[in-house]
Design a protein around this ligand. Structure first.
Ligand SMILES: Cc1cc2nc3c(=O)[nH]c(=O)nc-3n(C[C@H](O)[C@H](O)[C@H](O)COP(=O)(O)OP(=O)(O)OC[C@H]3O[C@@H](n4cnc5c(N)ncnc54)[C@H](O)[C@@H]3O)c2cc1C
Length: 296
């Protein structure tokens, strides 16, 4: 199918973009990688009157270290995050998450910012952003504000951005090097598919490398939005890295999850069971990467 007719703008700066957003409001849509928006327009589920293509704003595409943070421009492609040596060195779970998204074509065009604002609960970035406690910088003509990972997703396919706001930057706290580990485990029907369930874990161990000092757990595809498994996090905080504790946390997360039955990817009960399995795998992997040699 073909999209409905629309007007097209290709601004060269963030300022020009927010002016256009301010002028056209709910009638406009930002075009980033187009990997979600264009299919929706072709199906006429979305029919914006104005398309604001941000692909010429080079200032929105970067990955850089700034003090204790990794800063990522909203227009940075999944592929860049998959391959970047800086990312692999500082926050490797980002690279692992990126590599699980779709196929090379999708990763070459799709952007992290587009994925976040699209707010698909089956999108892989959401869980990892939650596990990492990322924050999100948004701009409009009214000014600038920052949203944290607990507040960026408002509902299924709905972010907390207002129609006149542009997501510009994602800020990730860099975990301490020698006793931190992260892992993203995705269960998919076949390579390139959206997640049936996904689990992102980012941990920091105490100095003895025995107990959890910090932990973030995000889940994909098991709730109306990407979901923080709060009770599972709390169950591990300050406790030793043992198989029994990891198992208990994974069980708690599977109870916190709110998946739905769907004909393609299985029943809610099945997804709960898979949440437990894949979260436990992610916890074991993250603990290993943080320096735990053997988990008893
Ligand atoms: C075949 C296929 C397979 C896929 N598989 C996966 C998968 O396995 N895992 C996964 O996570 N994703 C998957 N995707 C989705 C993909 O990751 C998209 O790239 C992503 O969801 C949207 O990013 P985009 O840059 O393409 O955004 P676009 O499609 O351009 O935009 C998406 C939405 O975000 C808004 N937007 C974009 N950027 C901004 C911004 N900076 N500020 C404000 N609003 C903005 C747009 O207006 C639009 O509403 C798949 C897509 C396809 C086509």
């Amino acid at each position: 199918m073909f999209p409905k007719e629309f007007q097209y703008a290709s601004p060269r700066s963030v300022q020009e973009t927010v002016q256009l957003l301010n002028r056209f409001g709910t009638e406009a849509k930002i075009l980033a990688g187009g990997q979600s928006l264009i299919p929706l327009m072709k199906l006429r589920i979305a029919s914006p009157k104005y398309l604001i293509d941000i692909n010429r704003i080079r200032d929105l595409e970067y990955v850089r270290e700034s003090g204790e943070f990794l800063l990522i421009g909203a227009l940075t492609r999944h592929h860049t995050l998959e391959r970047s040596e800086l990312v692999k060195d500082k926050v490797p779970i980002l690279s692992e998450t990126a590599s699980s998204i779709g196929d090379p074509q999708v990763r070459n065009l799709g952007t992290i910012g587009g994925s976040i604002v699209h707010s698909d609960p089956a999108g892989d970035w959401g869980a990892t952003m939650i596990a990492l406690r990322a924050s999100f910088n948004v701009k409009s003509l009214r000014g600038e504000r920052s949203l944290d990972s607990d507040h960026i997703f408002s509902d299924t396919l709905t972010s907390s951005l207002s129609p006149d706001e542009l997501l510009t930057e994602i800020s990730i706290p860099i975990p301490p090097r020698d006793r931190s580990g992260g892992a993203y485990e995705k269960f998919e029907r076949k390579v390139g598919d959206f997640a049936t369930v996904g689990a992102a874990v980012q941990i920091t161990l105490d100095k003895a490398k025995k107990a959890f000092e910090k932990i973030g757990i995000g889940l994909t595809s098991v709730a109306p939005t990407s979901m923080r498994a709060r009770r599972a996090e709390e169950s591990l905080l300050g406790r030793d890295v043992t198989l029994a504790n990891l198992d208990e946390a994974a069980t708690i997360a599977s109870e916190e999850a709110r998946p739905i039955d769907d004909v393609l990817r299985g029943s809610a009960e099945f997804k709960r069971a898979m949440t437990k399995v894949f979260l436990k795998r992610a916890l074991i992997k993250a603990a290993g990467r943080a320096g735990v040699i053997e988990i008893e």
